[in-house]
Design a protein around this ligand. Sequence first.
Ligand code: M6R
Length: 613
Amino acid sequence: MCGIVAYLGHREAKPILLEGLKRLEYRGYDSAGIATVNGKLEVCRTVGRVSVLEDTLRKLPGFHGSIGLAHTRWATHGEVSERNAHPHRDDKRGIALIHNGTIENYAALKQYLREKGHVFTSETDTEVLAMLISELYDGDLEAAVQNALREVRGAYAIAVLCEKEQGVLVVARKGSPLIVGVGDREFVVASDASAIVAHTTQVFELDDYQVAKLSRDAKGETTFRTSTLDNVPVTPKIRQLEFELEQIELGSHETFMMKEICEQPRCLRMTLQGRVSEREGRIVLGGIAEHARELIRARQFVLTGQGTAYHAAMLGEYFLEDLAKVSAKTEYASELRYRNPVVVDNTVVIAVSQSGETADTLAALRELKERGALTLGVVNVVGSSISRETDAGVYLRVGPEIGVASTKAFTGQVMVLAMVSLYIARRRFMSMDTAGEMLGELSRVPELMERILEQSNHIRKVCEKYVDRENWLFLGRGYNYPVALEGALKLKEISYIHAEGMPAAEMKHGPIALINDGMPAVFVANKGPQYDKVMLNIEQVRSRGGRVIAVATEGDQEIKSYADDVFYVPPISDPLSPLLTVVPLQLLACHAAVLRGHDVDKPRNLAKSVTVE
Ligand code: M6R
C-alpha cells in the first residue's frame, strides 16, 4: 500500500526521495508525488509509475533543497488522479503532507474546515488532515501535528513539512508502518526499511500515537525529539537494521519473484539455523520459550492471516492437531475480527503475516487479545506492528520479500509453524526419536528444494502448452489441500488467469461441471496417505477431457499413465510435503505471468502489504 519517504539532512533531497520511491514500488501504487522546500514549497504529482514522476521532474526547474517528502498512493478515497495524489498541501501556510492509512472521521472534519473557509481540491481523507494541521498551525509544526492528530480517528503514518520551518520534518504514526533512519547529519524516513538501508542501518520505530520532530540547525547539525500526542517526551529504542542492500536488489534474476523462489533453500537454512537439534529431538525457539508452559497447556489454538499467510496458517492447524494433538482452527482475520468469537480459557492465537502490518490480521489479533488469548506472531518483518503487539513469536528470517506474490515467506511460515507444533508436541508426548526423525527431515528440506528448482525449464515448457487457457483448477487433499489453494492464488494474482483451488474430492460436488476439453487441472498427487483417492479424482477429470498436470513423488512412474505432464518432488513425510509440493506451483505461476507478458513484481490492483480494510 502507500509508500512514504521523507528526507532532512545535508544532501539534495530529490534524488534520495525518488530512489526511495523506487524501492517502495513493490508495495503497490497508482500515482506518485514529491514536495521539496528551498525557500518556497514546490509540489509535483503524477499518475502512474514513479518513472512518470521522474520524467516530469526532469522537465521542471526547481525542486532543490535538502528537505522533502515523497509518496506512492494506492487509492482508497477518490479516483486515481493527479489531484488525489499526495503530497497534499495548504498554500496559505506552505504545509505539505503525505499519508498512509485512512482517516475515518474525515467527513466531519472536512465539514468543520469548510466552515472555517478551507477550500478542498481533492476527494481524499488526507487533504483534510493537511488542512487541519494548517488550521491549528501557530508557528510550531510539531504542536500543530499533535493537536490535529488528537482530533483524528483512523490509521496513519504521516510526514509533514512547512515552508516557515525549513529545518523541521514532523512524522507520526498510528496503525500504519513508519521507520525513521538516523544517519550522519541526516534522517531518512520511510514506510519500510528498503528505502532506508542504502543510507543508514540505524533506525527507530514510533509506537502508535507518537510523533517525532526531526530538526536540522543552521550549522547542519541534526537532532530529534519524540513525544506522545499530549507532548509527553518518549525515548525510542534505536536498533540496527538486519539486512543488506543486496537482499533487496535483483542481482542476476529478471524478477524478484523468481529470485525469491530460487533463494528459498538459503532462506530456509536461516529459518532453521540454531533452532533444531536432530540428535536430541530438540527445538529451541527463544521467542516463545518464556511461554512454553502456557503453550503446552493450551486448550485451543486459533490461527489467522490473509491470502498466502492464511494458507500457511491452515497448515499450522493441521500440524498442531496431527503432531501436537491439540485442537486448532484457522480463520480469515477479516472474518474473525467481526464475528464475536468465543475465546475459551487457555486459547492461543497465532497471527501469521509476512509484513506484520496487514490491517485485518492486526485487528483480529487485538480482538482476541482483548478476550484473554495469549498471542503469538509468525512474522517476517522485524519490528513490525504484529511483532510488537504479540506476547511472543518466532521470526521467519527469510529476508525482505519484495515480490508481491509471496513465495519464500510462505515456506518460511510453514517451516516455523511446523517447528512450533513440534516444540509443543515434543513437550506433550512426542518421543525423542519421532521428533528427531521429523527434525532431520525438516533440516533436509533446503537441499530437497534445490532438486525441484532444477526443473524450472521443464516447468516453463509445460506452462507454454497451457498458458492460453483462461480457467484452471488446483486440487489436493489433506496436507496438500492448502497447497492447491496457494497454487491457484499464485496463478491468478500475477497471470490474471482464473484459477480455483479446492479439495480434490470436492470437485465432484459441483465444480466438475466446469471441466471441458483441454481445461488444465493441476493435481498435487505426491505419495501420501490419500494417493489412491487422488488417482480416482484424476480419472474423473481426464474422462471429461481435462488435461492433468501432476505434482508427484520422484520414482512414481505409474502417474505418467494418468497425467499429461508431471513435476517431480523428492520423497518426504506427508506433513512436510507442502514445503516441497508448493515449489513447482510457484514456478508455474511465475513462468505463466512472464509468458503472458505481465509485470510479475507489480501485478495490477495489488499491494504488497494491505494496511487498509
Ligand atoms: O503481509 P501478510 O503476509 O500479512 O500479507 C497477507 C496477504 O496480503 C498476502 O499473503 C497476499 O495474499 C500475497 N499477495 C499473496 O501472494
